[in-house]
Structure formats: structure tokens, C-alpha cells
Design a protein around this ligand. Structure first.
Ligand code: MN
Length: 196
């Protein structure tokens, strides 16, 4: 994954590379999710960093070393930066390398997607479902609560779907499973493969 560095001791707002994602995620959802929720996490992180002893560390290091409120805000900035970056209105299809890895570790691309959706749908409360690479190079799917990120478990994250209600409630209400199924249509596999 591409880490995020602070600029003059502060983290910048991750960019949103699109305004809307067609019928999959509305502009209204994105304006709240990126413009309000993520903005608050970035602002809180920057308020908590001074004096923490973690100024000038890459964001993933802050996530690994922090706890409490600093961990929650640092984790949510890293999680959302990866989430928003991985979607596009002009997606690149999955490449051969990714396809071979998914087939090796899950049997088929469809079996991988089914397990990923199922783990996202069954995560109780707020959190994230992740695809990561473990220390042996194997692909693994994890459910992470609240602000957790797989880097804290020694994993290298590739793909994530946000299952906090704020990510889907305006468009899908309580139908989290429908949101998860729809998201595949806007995943840009070139971005996911760049994280390998
Ligand atoms: Mn979110």
C-alpha cells in the first residue's frame, strides 16, 4: 500500500477523485461521507497529534503505535483514504496477476467476492471488511471493528468496503448486503493491484 505522509506535521484531507459514482454511491452520500465524516476525522487527528510523540510519522505508523482517540481518528483517515481512492467511474478490469492470486487462495474470483460480501454483511455494528496480504503472501479477508486497519495485525491491506451505516444509509437504508454487491461495479482494479 501507498503510505500517507504528514506535511509540516499535519495530515492533509485525502482527495475525492470523483463527485459521484452513478447509481452505486450518490453525490449526496459522498458529500457527507467525504466532506463531513472524513473531514472530522482529519481535523481531530491533527488536533491530537501535537505532543503525542508521533508527529512526522507516516500514517500507518501512527495507526500501529497509537490507542484511544488518536488511534480511532488516525485509523479512520487511513481507512477512508484507501476506500475513496479505490473507486472510479472509469474502472480498469482485474488483471491476470490479481485473478491468479484470488483463484489460488479462494478457489475462484466469484467465491472470493461471495466471502467478502458475506463477511461485510455479517460484521455486527460499525467497521470494515478487508482483503489483505499476510506475511507469507497469502490473501486473507478480515472483519475489523470501528477504526481498525489490518496493518495492526501485520497484514498489508489491498481492498476495503466501509460498512459503517454512514457509508450507505442514504442510498440503501438498511440494505447493507445490496450496497456491498453493488460496490464491485466501481472498484478500480488497477488501484488495488498497485497496492500489491
Ligand atoms: Mn466511513
Amino acid at each position: 500500500m501507498r503510505d500517507i505522509m504528514p506535511v509540516n506535521g499535519l495530515f492533509e484531507m485525502p482527495t475525492l477523485p470523483y463527485e459521484g459514482l452513478g447509481d452505486i454511491i450518490s453525490k449526496e452520500t459522498l458529500s457527507f461521507h467525504h466532506g463531513k465524516h472524513l473531514k472530522a476525522y482529519v481535523d481531530n487527528l491533527n488536533k491530537m497529534l501535537p505532543g503525542s510523540g508521533m508527529e512526522n510519522l507516516p500514517l500507518s505508523e501512527v495507526v500501529k503505535k497509537s490507542e484511544g482517540g488518536l488511534f480511532n481518528n488516525a485509523g479512520q483517515v487511513l481507512n477512508h483514504a484507501m476506500y475513496f481512492e479505490q473507486f472510479s467511474n472509469q474502472t480498469s478490469p482485474m488483471g491476470e496477476k490479481m485473478k491468479v492470486l484470488l483463484e489460488r487462495d479462494f478457489g475462484s474470483v466469484e467465491a472470493f467476492k461471495k466471502e467478502f460480501e458475506q463477511k461485510g454483511a455479517t460484521l455486527f455494528g460499525s467497521g470494515w471488511v478487508w482483503l489483505s496480504v499476510d506475511a507469507q503472501g497469502k490473501l486473507v479477508i478480515t472483519q475489523q471493528k470501528n477504526a481498525e486497519n489490518p496493518v495492526t495485525m501485520g497484514l498489508s491491506p489491498l481492498l476495503t468496503f466501509d460498512v459503517w451505516e454512514h457509508a450507505y444509509y442514504l442510498d440503501y437504508q438498511n440494505r447493507r448486503a445490496d450496497y456491498l454487491t453493488a460496490l464491485w461495479q466501481v472498484v478500480d482494479w488497477a488501484v488495488i493491484e498497485s497496492r500489491l
